[in-house]
Ligand binder design. Structure first.
Ligand code: PAF
Length: 301
């Protein structure tokens, strides 16, 4: 390996552990940042990764947020709504040359972080890797994919692809904003509908009402996207949603997993983000509003 980097990973869910495992396996130094109450002080932690029913292990360090570790490279794999308060806490340990990569569903935090750390190299990532959390620090790699990484800031890190190089395939993407929007629209369709219809992703393709709603959501979202200077055609976007439904047919969407586990969902950063943007541009967003309300009604306030 050409370069050994030290990555701090914020968020020890499925994606956080998947990256921790593969980065450590490639020889990088990995520290998972946890919240103060989660565990004891700085310690070594075994990260387990299940691949094709075999269990592989790598070592990472676990550090507490209150230890304020010195961070060279930060990979944020938190749920969207957990991000703003934790980033605020980490602010004192983000140095001028810390590289930040945000890997999460939804939109809203990308802008927030790029603005808060305007002098840093800040990147967003969109991945098609599939992973399922099995227990704390144990993840199942359920599907191989690709991770596209692109800059959100003018400051860039020319070594980033080398720093993050491991067996997870990464490519540089200059139009990351468009990719984030496409992923957002896919999430705005699949995530709430899989909750409302109480089904795995694949079942949506055989549900006439869900398909009709997907057409309406895509229309509504691409109209809103135009006001963020994102031009996406209906037929291309609709086909992308159907392709992801078919490719992830056996998956329980992340939002449905949250609902089933009585956890707060990311709806405010998906359909809720669409509603907010629509309002700013005096556009109507009735389908996104209806789905947001339906998903919220599935959980206690
Ligand atoms: O949030 C999710 O579950 C995933 O982003 C997706 C693509 C909808 C597949 O389940």
């Amino acid at each position: 390996m050409a370069q050994i980097s030290h990555w701090h990973i914020l968020g020890a869910g499925s994606m956080g552990c998947l990256w921790a495992y593969y980065l450590a396996k490639a020889g990088h130094q990995v520290s998972l940042i946890v919240r103060d109450t989660d565990c004891c002080d700085d310690k070594e932690q075994i990260i387990e990764c299940v691949i094709d029913d075999a269990i592989f292990t790598e070592k990472a360090r676990v550090v507490q947020l209150r230890q304020k570790p010195a961070i060279d490279n930060l990979l944020i794999c938190l749920k969207a709504h957990q991000t703003p308060p934790l980033i605020a806490e980490l602010r004192p340990v983000i140095k001028a040359n810390t590289t930040i990569v945000l890997l999460q569903n939804g939109l809203g935090n990308q802008e927030l972080i790029a603005n808060q750390f305007s002098n840093n190299a800040v990147y967003a990532a969109v991945t098609t890797e599939a992973a399922l959390s099995q227990q704390k620090f144990k993840v199942k790699h359920t599907g191989k994919g690709q991770t596209s990484i692109g800059p959100l800031s003018d400051t860039t890190d020319v070594d980033l692809l080398e720093k993050i190089s491991c067996a997870l395939h990464c490519v540089e993407e200059q139009q990351i904003n468009k990719m984030l929007w496409e992923k957002l629209i896919i999430n705005c369709c699949i995530n709430p509908l899989s909750c409302v219809c109480q089904c795995k992703n694949g079942a949506l393709a055989n549900n006439k009402e869900a398909i009709e709603l997907i057409e309406k959501i895509v229309h509504e979202c691409i109209d809103i996207a135009k006001h963020a200077d994102i031009d996406i055609s209906f037929s291309v976007m609709y086909q992308k949603v159907i392709t992801v439904i078919n490719k992830t047919a056996e998956n329980t969407s992340s939002m449905r997993q949250d609902v089933l586990n009585h956890r707060k969902t990311e709806i405010d950063y998906m359909n809720g983000y669409m509603i907010k943007l629509a309002r700013q541009h005096s556009l109507a967003s009735p389908v996104n509003a209806q789905l947001t309300q339906q998903v919220k009604s599935l959980l206690p306030v």
